[in-house]
Design a protein. Structure first.
Length: 395
């Protein structure tokens, strides 16, 4: 550029763009996303800012399709950019080549990725949720032995259900050692099988503080647990993968203790109701038994009276049987007489009593025709009181 040369605005902006691009080239910058927008072209336009300044950014569709997270307002990112100038408006801008989340942004991206993965495998499905025991005898607590969460849980349990036993499985709840310790505690509780339900808890914190409860190994250990697990991690606004895979999510550690412990006052009221019901039931049974006993007593007789009734019954049966026998004998006698009379009427000897005789040959066969008589041949005449020998004179 020559001294005194007059440049147009377009030439000035072009020269400035070239100087910026050639002078600074491509660099990594870090900042917070704001004013993020996506027009119909598919390009991304946003600003990157820190506490003291901000700069416009553009990431064209060919590049932003390679980004594997969703940029949002307030997210901290690192951008690999080419320093440039938008000539039409003379705006200083950064052309973004690469975009990566950092800090909570990176953790949020990893959280969403892991959530999608575990959800696809069914770890969050309601069909896998185990019901909580209504009256647990022993409660396990997986948390820091020195944290406020443990004190809150024990305070609630002491107030509501001091009769329930508590087993504490102390673990770290923050840092790189926390997740393996939480997994080991879950596995220990299942191996010992000494709890009816387990609470996993810690107080609130940042996404980074709560990250052990977003670890995949913790999620799988909870899913594989045979013992029902309540997640009481953080405050009500906090959310972790532990909340999704647990059988029940409580908004706070104290709420987890409330969920798993029956209120002592409610138990007393329930027991009073059961006592009243049992008393009424037993009274009804006693009244029924008394009524049955009275009925049996009315039916019960003295042995002497009983044998008198039996003897009277036998006498009645004997008389009735004798009557039957006499009646049967009389019928048989009458029948016999009638039969005898009929036989007598048919007996040929009965005719002889009326003065008749029967002619018999030598073989005592009846001679019933004159053709059976031969002159000069003997035959017998059977009379009522004997036999007369006769000779046939003529026929």
């Amino acid at each position: 550029m020559n001294p005194g040369e007059i440049l147009s605005i377009s030439e000035l902006n072009q020269t400035a763009r070239i100087l910026l691009e050639e002078g600074l080239g491509t660099v990594w910058v870090q900042g917070e996303i704001s004013n993020f927008s996506v027009p119909a072209s598919g390009h991304w336009y946003f600003s990157l800012k820190d506490a003291g300044a901000q700069v416009r950014c553009a990431m064209f569709a060919g590049r932003n399709r390679q980004v594997n997270f969703e940029p949002r307002h307030g997210m901290q990112v690192m951008a690999y950019v080419q320093v440039s100038l938008y000539e039409n408006r003379g705006d200083f801008q950064l052309i973004v080549e690469k975009l990566e989340p950092i800090g909570d942004g990176a953790l949020q991206f990893e959280l969403e990725r892991l959530m999608r993965k575990l959800a696809a495998e069914g770890l969050f499905d309601a069909t896998h949720k185990k019901p909580l025991p209504s009256h647990p005898q022993t409660i396990g607590i997986i948390t820091s032995s020195t944290g406020a969460a443990l004190r809150d849980i024990l305070h609630v349990l002491k107030r509501r259900a001091p009769n329930i036993s508590v087993i504490i499985y102390p673990t770290a709840v923050q840092g790189i050692q926390a997740a393996p310790q939480i997994v080991a505690a879950i596995q220990t509780a299942n191996y010992r099988n000494e709890c009816d339900v387990v609470i996993i808890a810690r107080g609130g914190g940042s996404l980074e503080d709560l990250w052990p409860f977003n670890e995949e190994i913790v999620a799988r250990a909870i899913f594989q647990s045979k013992i029902p697990i309540i997640s009481g991690v953080g405050h009500e606004v906090d959310f972790t993968i532990c909340d999704s895979v647990a059988d029940v999510r409580a908004p706070t550690p104290s709420a987890a203790a409330e969920l798993v412990s029956p209120n002592r006052l409610n138990l007393v009221q329930d027991l009073q109701k059961y006592e009243q019901w049992l008393t009424q039931f037993m009274q009804q049974k006693l009244n029924l038994f008394a009524h049955q006993l009275n009925a049996l007593q009315r039916q019960l007789k003295h042995p002497k009276e009983y044998w008198q009734q039996v003897s009277q019954f036998l006498d009645f049966q004997e008389t009735h049987l004798n009557q039957l026998i006499q009646s049967s004998l009389e019928r048989k006698r009458q029948q016999f007489e009638l039969t005898t009379q009929a036989l007598n009427n048919l007996n040929p000897l009965a005719v002889l009593k009326r003065g008749y005789a029967v002619a018999l040959d030598e073989q005592q066969k009846v001679l019933s025709s004159v053709e059976q008589f031969t002159p000069g041949k003997t035959f017998n005449l059977k009379l009522k009181d004997g036999v007369v020998a006769a000779i046939t004179k003529e026929t």
